[in-house]
Design a protein around this ligand. Sequence first.
Ligand SMILES: Cc1ncc(C[n+]2csc(CCOP(=O)(O)OP(=O)(O)O)c2C)c(N)n1
Ligand SMILES: [Mg+2]
Length: 329
Amino acid sequence: MPPRKSEPTAGASREELLHLYREMLLIRRFEEKAGQLYGMGLIGGFCHLYIGQEAVVVGLEAAAGPGDKRITSYRDHGHMLACGMDPKGVMAELTGRIGGYSKGKGGSMHMFSREKHFYGGHGIVGAQVPIGAGLAFADKYLGTDRVTFCYFGDGAANQGQVYETYNMAELWMLPVIFVIENNQYAMGTSVKRATKSTTLYGRGAAFGIPGEQVDGMDVLAVKAAGEKAVAHCRAGKGPYILEMMTYRYRGHSMSDPAKYRTREEVQKMRDEKDAIEHVRDLLLAAGQATDDELKAIDREVKAIINEAADFARESPEPDVSELWTDIYA
Ligand SMILES: Cc1ncc(C[n+]2csc(CCOP(=O)(O)OP(=O)(O)O)c2C)c(N)n1
Ligand SMILES: [Mg+2]
């Protein structure tokens, strides 16, 4: 990824920049806390942190409207927070407590909110892609003008079901935005080791689906691209692909040997491309906010996260009788 060119604030107001800053910070602090709780043995099973990728989901949520839907993979905490789900309920689910979104029975990868139109949380790589097209099909069928944001990774982009979905989504002109979060690795396999066609959005052309690559570390660029894609879908023009060039700072999951990339590579990305620092710099450089104001936001966010962590530790574990609820047979 090339170093960021210094770009103007693209007409973004102080209020908007502060909002984006706060939302990204909320995700980052939540994930840092989740990492801590995991280290303390309070979170069991898999846990995939979103640290580094915050601009993708925050920028796209800024482009979304009421009733729009979202669905993603197992790296899902950021998506839940960005669409307005309660940090307490998400954290309590991570710790397996009754106060969690799935009563502590789903964990990190399995949470849903009908109220916020969040459809999970999917552990099978690529599985959410056809489901996302199905959500969009429902809206087309019902005649609403809602759009579905269907997120998946660069590794998932090599799954066959993605292309079956592309074919049908374009054939039926479904209002779905395929968001490829290209963080450059699928567990330990870099994109370059996995495919020779490294512009992943370009594969949509075979099905007639337009798309583009976006600097996914620049929240304003993400929002602008999101607005364009949303307009395309709402106008009844069918699906759109956004390939977000992003990066995760932490391991794939909490157990990651980290032998597939250098510390220097990660540090360089943090130093030159960090999305939160970017907005901070924009605000300070334009004199739109003071250091004290930003520190106050940081304190407010930390308080929300600490409250969520306390809730997650104090909420009881589900009763044994819950073994027999919410199941098919
Ligand atoms: C069908 C399937 N194959 C393999 C796995 C194991 N697995 C879990 S995550 C992952 C890598 C996916 O990478 P990517 O799509 O780039 O998403 P990221 O983790 O980078 O967000 C793999 C291979 C799985 N969960 N499901
Ligand atoms: Mg990836």
